[in-house]
Ligand binder design. Structure first.
Ligand code: ADP
Ligand code: MG
Length: 692
């Protein structure tokens, strides 16, 4: 079977069907064969409606009362209906599947498979898949059926027919994975053909599982191999070697206002070693909020400027860029003076800030191009085509998960011709080990797994909003009396006609009334960058006591005197975001607290309970990965295309096996020529993982 043959060559696919299939990216036979079932229905486990228990269920019955409801919010459509069997009736509904309203024949019986749950005050069957009882019974493998999900563009029966047409050819599907050193035992000749067959035409749940396991392995192997090849390619590029001058760095470290933690020392050492090489560094500095990543980057930048090369630091918001600019400026001038007194020759880096609201951008860009600036801190404004550097050797990307692959790449292209800059990405979003080996496999990682001494754990508390008066306000008063500051985060719903500033303005009014002697101010997305910076500067300087804000303060901002954060409507945020927000406090040596306000009277979600229990970002990330899956976490922004079909990034054993296999394989990268299909398939992953 030629997997690259166009979809029209499948029996039963005419030009019209082909067009429809192409619309959902099914272009070749291979695409079709790899369009794997989402789940398998096990009709042998049908339950009577009267006996239903919450969870995944299969029922058999007739459906009626179908109706389509459009809601105004988010242009959601809901299709409702009622399913009956001889023991009772239940409500069912689908979201955004309007065709469901016309799909059914009310006189015929169907199997419905979905989640039976309690929602909005009653029990319902949510988004069930459906199959005609008659169709299921005609099929030889009755009782155990694959369900294809995304293909709502064509009828399930038609899709099954196409697959059935291909069935005799499955045995001829060629092998894909190399049977080279390090391959696990289940990679044998014909394993791929068998796995695909088992996935589409299983006779038992065990068949399906065996198929899934092989295909998951295949997917992981491709992803990991792509990352490893990227790493090799990166090693073929040239960069400017910056010699590690231990004496110089030691002199700086001696004059820092604090003692570096062990983790900071290790990370700095790793980075400085990388910078010495003639091949570009591609390193991720990973450390929980408040672990002190900035100083590590600053040391490496100091080393870079010592040799007359330029450094660029890219930050996701103007507030954060401004803060970096100011604190780095202060640090360098302090160090400059101290080193001079000690007789160490070092010209202080000339540092500049480039954001959207920078006044004379053209003049500044000219200075950057002429090499009059050593260290540029900026936002996206740095990435424009008219920003040229004189000799850019080192790029730092703060909060790297905030940037897309394309944006990072733009910055890297600004180095002198025929060289690539050294890249240090920083993130507080912990990347679980499984992702480190796969999606981020081409990165080296330095870990700051230690907080600076003296930090006190942040006490976190879930609090129903109705209890604010008795519990929260007194705590706020007490903290304000000590001269400390508070963040108050409001949930803002991005809706078309709603003014996103309203909740912030109203909350600020309310708090100003409650605390008449206290300066309350606000920060929200409707403000101009200048205004935001001004407010943030005032807050950092202690001129504002309570800052009511949207999540714009979420990343990176550092105000060590702010020791309480109140997050309103906390249920509306993801775990990673809550952890980031909480990381705004507890950055000094005072005890800090975080209140998670909830409005409902139900039990708080698992997310909030985990927040209450743990302040360990790594632990929370693992939990998040389990609750939401990697697609969501590393989703739209940087890995929108990372749509693993089969594999599960929590499948650590398979990941370890695939990683070993791929490592052996890339020892001889020229081998790839013998696997042309594999080479083509991993191209897409290579683009995805490159320059993480
Ligand atoms: P993050 O890793 O979240 O970016 P920062 O680099 O902003 O953290 O550092 C947080 C705060 O901790 C800053 O005020 C910084 O000066 C301080 N800091 C960093 N390293 C140390 C250290 N070793 N000892 C004490 N304070 C430190
Ligand atoms: Mg930071």
């Amino acid at each position: 079977m030629d997997l690259s043959a166009p979809i029209e060559s499948v029996k039963g696919v005419g030009p019209k069907t082909a067009e429809v299939l192409r619309r959902v990216n099914l272009r070749t036979i291979g695409d079709l064969v790899y369009c794997l079932p989402r789940v398998y229905e096990n009709y042998q486990t049908t339950v009577k409606i009267a006996d239903l228990r919450p969870g995944k269920v299969v029922i058999r019955g007739k459906i009626s009362d179908l109706r389509l409801v459009r809601t105004s919010r988010k242009r959601l459509t809901i299709t409702q209906g009622v399913i009956r069997d001889d023991t009772g009736a239940i409500r069912t509904l689908w979201f955004n599947q309007p065709y469901r309203a016309k799909q059914f024949d009310e006189k015929r019986e169907y199997y419905f498979t979905g989640t039976y749950e309690f929602k909005s005050g009653r029990y319902q069957l949510t988004s069930p898949s459906a199959a005609l009882v008659q169709d299921v019974e005609q099929d030889s493998a009755a009782g155990f059926q694959p369900i294809y999900s995304a293909k709502s563009v064509i009828k399930p029966q038609t899709f099954h027919k196409l697959m059935d047409g291909l069935r005799p050819d499955f045995a001829k599907i060629p092998d894909l994975l190399p049977l080279t050193d390090g391959a696990p035992k289940f990679i044998t000749k014909g394993a791929r053909a068998e796995a695909l067959y088992n996935s589409h035409f299983p006779e038992s749940p065990e068949d399906a599982e065996k198929g899934r396991e092989y295909l998951a392995y295949e997917e992981l192997f491709e992803l990991i191999l792509a990352a490893k090849l990227n790493k090799q390619e990166n090693q073929r590029l040239k960069s400017i070697p910056l010699k590690f001058e231990a004496k110089f760095i030691q002199a700086i470290v001696q004059h820092l206002p604090f003692k570096l933690t062990g983790a900071q020392r290790r990370a700095t050492w790793e980075i400085l070693q990388d910078l010495e090489r003639g091949t570009p560094m591609n390193r991720l500095l990973q450390g929980d909020v408040g672990s002190g990543k900035t100083i590590v980057a600053a040391l490496a930048a100091a080393q870079t400027t010592r040799y007359g090369y330029q450094t660029a630091l890219l930050a996701p918001t103007a507030i954060l860029a401004t803060q970096h600019f100011e604190s780095l400026g202060e640090l360098f001038s302090m160090l400059g003076g101290a080193l001079q007194r000690q007789g160490v020759s070092w010209r202080m880096p000339r540092i500049a800030l480039l954001t959207g609201s920078t006044r004379d951008k053209r003049q500044l860009k000219k200075l950057i191009e002429q090499g009059e600036i050593d260290f540029v801190v900026g936002t996206h404004a740095l990435l424009t085509d008219d920003t040229h550097f004189h000799a850019l050797a080192f790029c730092i990307i703060d909060e790297q998960h905030r940037f897309g692959v394309g944006q990072r790449q733009k910055l890297l292209l600004k180095s002198p011709e025929n060289t690539a800059p050294h890249l240090l990405s920083m993130t507080a979003t912990p990347i679980p080990r499984s992702l480190q080996l796969t999606v981020f496999g081409d990165l080296d990682v330095s870990l700051l797994n230690e907080l600076p001494p003296g930090r006190q754990p942040i006490v976190t508390k879930i609090l129903p909003e109705v209890e604010q008066r008795d519990e929260l306000y007194p705590a706020m008063r007490e903290l304000l009396a000590k001269g400390q500051q508070i963040y108050w985060i409001c949930q803002v719903i991005e809706e078309k006609n709603a003014n996103t500033a309203t909740p912030v303005i109203e909350q600020a009014k309310k708090l100003a009334k409650l605390f008449p002697k206290i300066k309350v101010d606000m920060l929200h997305g409707k403000m101009k960058p200048d205004e935001k910076d001004a407010i943030m500067t005032c807050f950092a300087a202690g001129k504002i006591q309570i800052l009511v804000s949207t999540t714009v303060v979420e990343v990176g901002v550092n105000v060590p005197n702010a020791n309480m954060i109140v997050i309103q409507d906390a249920e509306g945020y993801g775990l990673a975001q809550l952890h980031q927000l909480r990381g705004r406090v507890g950055r000094g040596d005072q005890p800090a607290s975080c209140y998670l306000l909830t409005t409902g009277d139900g039990k708080p979600s698992r997310r909030l309970r985990e927040m209450e229990k743990s302040t360990d970002g790594f632990h929370l990330a693992e939990i998040d990965l389990k609750i939401r899956g990697p697609g969501e976490i590393y989703g739209s922004q940087q890995h929108g295309e990372l749509n693993l079909q089969v594999a599960n990034l929590t499948d650590t054993q398979l990941i370890a096996q695939a990683s070993h296999h791929a490592s052996e394989f890339v020892k001889h990268p020229e081998n790839l020529q013998n696997y042309p299909e594999l080479a083509t398939r991993i191209k897409k992953y290579q683009q995805l993982t490159t320059l993480n």
